[in-house]
Design a protein around this ligand. Structure first.
Ligand code: DGP
Length: 113
C-alpha cells in the first residue's frame, strides 16, 4: 500500500474526486499544468500500460469514456483537450499506477516533447 494512487482509491489520503465507480476514479491533479488537469485511474493497481493484460484492455476504453464525460462537465469538450498516458521512465511516468491525464482550458503546445 505504498502506492500514492492506491491510497487515494482507499480514501487514505484526500483528493478532489470528481467521479468514481467500481472500475475507475477521477480526481484533480495536485500539480496542475493547465486550468483543467484531471487524472483518470483504474481502482486496480496496474503499474503502467505495459502491465495491462488483454483481459483488462477494456479498462482503457472506460478511462477514455470517463475523461470525455469529465471534459464535457468541465466545459472543455468544445474548445479541445489532450489525453496523455506516460509510460515508464523515459515516457515521463512518475507515479507507477496507470493513469490518464486530461488537460485543457488553455491552448496546449503542438509539440509532444
Ligand atoms: P506522471 O508524471 O504521468 O506520473 O504524473 C503523475 C501526476 O500525479 C503528476 O501530474 C502529479 C500527480 N500527483 C502525484 N501525487 C499526487 C497526489 O497525491 N494527489 C494528486 N491529486 N495528484 C498527485
Amino acid at each position: 500500500m505504498d502506492c500514492i494512487f492506491c491510497q487515494i482509491v482507499a480514501g487514505k489520503i484526500p483528493a478532489d474526486i470528481l467521479y468514481q465507480d467500481e472500475e475507475v476514479i477521477a480526481f484533480r491533479d495536485i500539480n496542475p499544468l493547465a486550468p483543467v488537469h484531471l487524472l483518470v485511474i483504474p481502482r486496480k493497481h496496474i503499474p503502467s500500460p505495459v502491465q495491462l493484460s488483454e483481459a483488462e484492455s477494456s479498462l482503457m476504453g472506460k478511462m477514455v469514456n470517463t475523461a470525455n464525460q469529465l471534459a464535457k462537465k468541465e466545459d472543455i469538450a468544445e474548445s479541445g483537450y489532450r489525453l496523455v498516458i506516460n509510460c515508464g521512465q523515459q515516457g515521463g511516468q512518475g507515479v507507477p499506477h496507470l493513469h490518464m491525464h486530461l488537460l485543457g482550458g488553455r491552448q496546449l503546445s503542438a509539440t509532444l516533447g
